[in-house]
Unconditional design. Structure first.
Length: 471
């Protein structure tokens, strides 16, 4: 990991990849450690306490989903050319889908927080994509993202408990949590190769092909980029390498540079292209962050190379290395799998990084760090340090397992190298009404988003303003 860098004309802070950006004693404006509404759980206590109604609702939801897939599979099977020679036909039973969904979900519902198993629920998605597409059902992932997960997210409830200090010390050194994220990299590569083979094996229509591209991008974006985000924040060289591999396979390698040395330093300030502004729709934010983030990555890497006395076109340029990696993937997709392969690779990349940017839009919407009387060395405005008040959070139980607790985003920004299994929930942080799945749907409908989120932003900022007056 390179040493600390200071982006030109931007507020500075310790290297957010390896060092905390805030002191342990102070968590934000007028919020000190001794005053936090901290909810540790007792050693050995189950963090997931579901009522009988919740458990029954989840079981019923899985049954409905499985019956739906089975019924659609039978209907499609009568006319679709895929069904005549299905990859999965020999071991397909009416209970396959239910088992595929229910086994890992049982760990989510009933697992102890010391287990790493519940986080493996993420691996259900590529398996489910493989199974349903092999049955000729191509829009399952679309329904999962926009219907099933938002619904289950509500049914499964929330979990705001935190590990005790003793448990944190134990959990952060347990490799089984690390292996779950590391194993995703070869899984995604294999999944992509299968996807490239699949679209050449079967004669898909335009709509089927489009849904298949979305399904692949859903896996490589919602899971792939999210896991890459977890990996690139670690000092371990192997973890960082695997994180870069994941980013290369979705044509978003610049995220490694801009996110760590740009976003984490400038979050919730006008300098950050990945922080959405109050009143800004996702459709306005998207082109701004796409252009701004790439430009920021260029500036950061250019300054780092200049400090070493190297040209931007040096072989040591990490940004160029990552871009070349993606280009080689595109070339390989075309050479070995033809035009369809290239379209699939580029298309799934677009879906993947677009889903990432929706999440970026959600995470810091309308939040602002306070200015300070100081100026940076370049003469620009300086801001208070990042703390737990500068990110939106959610304790939604299901999606926190799917997303490796990314929704405990304030703790991640305050302590960027903290591993996902020990990220903490703070009620003092701004809270979203649902988890990321529900918020993603809202973000795509600006009037609904503004109706839900703008009052929350105003109320939270007013509270901070009142607290500032009492200091």
């Amino acid at each position: 990991m390179p040493k600390q860098k200071k982006a030109p004309g931007k507020p500075t802070s310790p290297n957010p990849a390896t060092e905390p950006t805030n002191k342990e004693e102070t968590y934000g404006l007028n919020v000190k450690k001794s005053e936090l509404t901290f909810v540790p759980s007792k050693p050995g206590e189950l963090p997931v306490r579901t009522s009988l109604v919740e458990k029954a609702s989840v079981v019923i939801m899985f049954m409905v989903m499985n019956l739906f897939l089975e019924r659609v599979g039978l209907i499609v099977g009568k006319n679709d050319t895929i069904v005549g020679d299905r990859l999965f036909e020999k071991i397909h039973t009416p209970y396959t889908g239910a088992l595929l969904l229910a086994l890992p979900m049982s760990a989510v519902l009933f697992g102890d927080k010391t287990w790493a198993i519940p986080y493996s629920v993420a691996y259900v998605l590529p398996a489910l994509t493989w199974w349903t597409c092999s049955q000729g059902i191509f829009y399952t992932c679309f329904l999962i993202l926009f219907v099933f997960i938002p619904t289950l997210e509500i049914i499964c409830g929330s979990d705001g408990t935190n590990p005790t200090q003793e448990e944190q010390d134990s959990l952060k050194n347990q490799d089984r949590f690390k292996y779950i994220t590391m194993f995703w990299a070869p899984t995604q590569v294999i999944f992509l190769i299968w996807s490239l083979w699949f679209i050449n094996k079967w004669d898909l229509g335009i709509i089927e092909f489009a849904f298949f591209i979305f399904s692949v991008g859903f896996n490589t974006g919602v899971l792939g980029i999210n896991i890459a985000h977890e990996l690139i924040h670690k000092n371990n060289k192997l973890e960082q390498f695997l994180g870069k591999v994941l980013l290369v396979t979705v044509c978003y390698g610049h995220f490694f540079i801009e996110h760590i040395w740009g976003h984490h330093r400038n979050v919730s300030t006008p300098y950050d292209p990945a922080s959405s502004k109050y009143g800004e729709t996702f459709y306005e934010f998207y082109p701004r962050t796409m252009y701004g983030s790439f430009r920021s990555a260029i500036e950061i890497e250019e300054k780092e190379l200049h400090k070493k006395g190297l040209s931007f076109w040096s072989v040591d340029n990490r940004l160029l290395q990552l871009i070349i990696g993606s280009i080689l993937c595109m070339i390989g997709s075309f050479v070995f799998f033809g035009p369809k392969g290239l379209i699939l690779f580029v298309g799934q990349s677009f879906v993947a990084f677009s889903l990432l940017e929706i999440i970026n839009y959600i995470e810091h919407y309308g939040l602002q760090r306070r200015t300070t009387p100081n100026k940076t060395k370049e003469g620009n405005q300086a801001y208070e340090q990042v703390n737990i008040l500068h990110s939106w959070n959610a304790d939604a139980r299901l999606t926190n397992y799917f997303l490796f607790k990314l929704q405990r985003h304030s703790d991640h920004h305050a302590y960027a190298s903290r591993r996902y299994q020990i990220l903490r929930s703070f009620p003092e942080s701004p809270q979203m009404p649902t988890g990321y799945a529900g918020m993603l749907v809202m973000a795509l409908i600006p009037p609904l988003w503004f109706k839900i989120m703008n009052p929350r932003v105003r109320k939270f900022q007013d509270t901070l303003s009142k607290q500032a007056l009492t200091e």
